[in-house]
Design a protein around this ligand. Structure first.
Ligand code: ADP
Length: 592
């Protein structure tokens, strides 16, 4: 367990932990000798020369002083090591999270990570601060006492040692019990946290459409499961602790009986017996101390294991010999990809040339967004290659690759901060004038103009104080500021008000000028103006070409286009026969 802790802590914090353990071992040996000195002390007190006890008292005082100094040192070191460990763990976990493929982050993994970074780090740091001492002491102090007890009386020492395997087995059994229930508690806590966030985030939808019982039911079920697993954990901890205490008391009773038997037979004298019994009573104390923290140790051990699993998650492989892209063409070569067992893309090949716009269209679920995700290396393909400038993206250092790509997706996330700060994330070293220029090009200055603090106005968590269209304009400003040769766009499917729609269109024109643009397109205008259109169906490019070429082909795209055009032409008309508002109904331009 200590080696697992050292491995999670990494080299520098690991060395501090090793030193802490070494100091605790010496401290526990000292404590063992403090107990052992009770034997000659009590013996001398009951002997013919009780003044000899003073010498032993002196030794005991010396040993106790050494123990007290060491204890002060290890206590201080323990807290220092814990604070250091918290800092190191946040750093290591943070670094690992930035190295993981973006695709790794789904709803459950985010819940797991959130819990690991909050409760998990605290659990692990409690090891050096509170748990290592009782653990080390439970092993080293009794061992010291029993070994030296052999010098005094081998029979009583053997009796004390005899119960050690039983105590060890009970400790293992109770630990296993707590470990299993604490895993269940952890899983149910993650589930409850995820459900709570889901319930809070879905309030708008729930209020609009009702049916909150279903989501609330899931939340209640998660809380119920958490409560039950918490109860099971308390029960198993109490059971394990009781069993362990029972075994320790049994060991004492065995020694007591054997001592009484030896004393009655005249094989040891009364002072010796009293001294040995005092010794035995003291030596079980560290064992009971360890039993009391056994539950916390297991919780901490579980967190160490989960942290180790996260740290061992394979990140995106970085190239050994990085290559430089020759130009900014984006090319898919026979790409095959799936999420787990769900196949999504099958043999997708295309080239999006520099300074051209490639539109990806097709039915929902055909894999359009997945193409953008692979282009940004959220995942790597199962087969085939994604290339930038003739180089496989796996041969480009990820940070270098991402520095050349701007991504504007539908679900825009803004950080809690000002509009200007959010735009500046595109290029942190940009000047105020450059941020202002990007804001102007993306028409974010119009949003800022109606806010009391202009560009310094707070956007709220996730950008909640702005509308969907406004958030998108801020994200476009961010991308304009980043100014990259490749732009990946997921055009909004949701209907925007005409003002936002126009502003976003103008902002996108600025963003995509003279770039390699790959766009999941929904607006007819965008599709028609694209240099090349890829019509995707069931993860396969069914047709490709310019708009006129595909229309004249008269295939799946032409059919798709006709449907979209018809849908776009639907509008509200007043039925000439009836004049009430209630009689309004949908008719198309050509009367169908
Ligand atoms: P489109 O953009 O064409 O609507 P997507 O690329 O988003 O399609 O999704 C293609 C398929 O992959 C869909 O069936 C979708 O359910 C599935 N999918 C998308 N994202 C994930 C994911 N993170 N995990 C599992 N399946 C996913």
């Amino acid at each position: 367990m200590i080696s697992a802790l050292v491995s999670v802590a990494g080299p520098s914090a690991g060395t501090a932990l090793r030193k802490q353990v070494a100091a605790l071992v010496i401290e526990s040996v000292c404590l063992g000798f403090c107990y052992l000195l009770l034997y000659p002390l009590v013996n001398a007190l009951f002997s013919d020369q009780p003044e000899d006890a003073l010498i032993w008292l002196g030794w005991l005082g010396l040993m106790f002083t050494a123990y007290a100094i060491l204890r002060f040192y290890t206590q201080l070191q323990g807290f220092r090591a814990a604070v250091d460990l918290i800092r190191v763990l946040f750093g290591r976990l943070g670094q690992q999270l930035t190295a993981l493929p973006l695709g790794w982050f789904d709803a459950t993994s985010s819940g797991r990570v959130g819990r690991l970074l909050s409760q998990g780090v605290m659990d692990v740091s409690s090891m050096p601060a509170h748990l290592l001492r009782p653990l080390v002491s439970a092993l080293v102090t009794p061992l010291t006492v029993v070994l030296v007890m052999f010098v005094f009386d081998w029979r009583l020492a053997s009796a004390a040692l005899f119960t050690a395997p039983l105590a060890w087995w009970t400790y293992r059994w109770s630990s296993h019990l707590v470990k299993t229930t604490s895993r269940r508690t952890e899983a149910s806590a993650v589930e409850a946290a995820t459900r709570t966030v889901e319930f809070a985030q879905s309030q708008a939808v729930l209020r609009a459409f009702g049916h909150s019982e279903a989501v609330f039911g899931k939340l209640q079920k998660a809380f119920e499961a958490q409560w039950q697993s918490g109860r099971a954990q308390v029960f198993s901890t109490a059971l394990g602790l009781s069993a362990f205490v029972l075994v320790i008391q049994l060991a004492l009773t065995v020694v007591l009986f054997l001592g009484a038997y030896l004393a009655l037979g005249g094989r040891i004298d009364a002072p010796q017996l009293i001294a040995l019994l005092v010794l035995c009573v003291r030596y079980v104390e560290p064992l009971l101390g360890a039993a009391e923290v056994a539950g916390l140790v297991k919780v901490s051990q579980n967190s160490i294991q989960r942290m180790d699993e996260l740290l061992c998650e394979p990140g995106l492989a970085e190239p050994v010999l990085p290559a430089e892209p020759q130009n900014w063409d984006l090319c898919f070569e026979h790409v095959r990809f799936g999420y787990g067992n769900t196949k999504v893309l099958e043999g997708v090949s295309f080239t999006a040339r520099s300074r051209s716009t490639t539109a990806i269209v097709g039915p929902s679920g055909s894999g359009k967004t997945t193409i953008l995700r692979l282009a940004a290396r959220f995942w790597d393909p199962a087969d085939g290659e994604v290339q930038v400038g003739g180089v496989d993206v796996r041969s480009i250092v990820t940070s270098d690759l991402l520095a050349q790509i701007s991504i504007v997706f539908q679900d825009v996330y803004l950080f809690d901060g000002s509009i200007a700060e959010n735009i500046r994330q595109g290029r942190p070293d940009a000047t105020d004038a450059e941020v202002l220029q990007a804001a102007r090009l993306a028409r974010v200055n119009e949003i800022a103009a109606r806010l009391p603090e202009g560009l310094d106005s707070d956007v709220g968590e996730g950008g909640s104080k702005l509308s969907g269209g406004e958030r998108q304009r801020v994200s476009i400003a961010r991308a304009i500021l980043k100014d990259t040769p490749i732009v990946l766009l997921d055009e909004a499917t949701s209907a925007l008000d005409p003002i936002n729609q126009l502003a976003i269109q103008e902002a996108l024109t600025e963003l995509t000028r003279d770039r390699t643009v790959v766009i999941v397109a929904h607006r007819l205008e965008t599709i028609r103006n694209a240099d090349e259109i890829l019509f995707l169906e069931n993860g396969v490019i069914a047709e490709r070409g310019s708009h006129p070429e595909l229309i004249s082909l008269g295939g799946r795209y032409a059919e798709f286009w006709a449907k979209r055009e018809r849908a776009a032409n639907w509008r509200l008309l007043r039925d000439p026969q009836v004049t009430t508002n209630a009689s309004r109904h949908l008719v198309s331009d050509n009367g169908r």
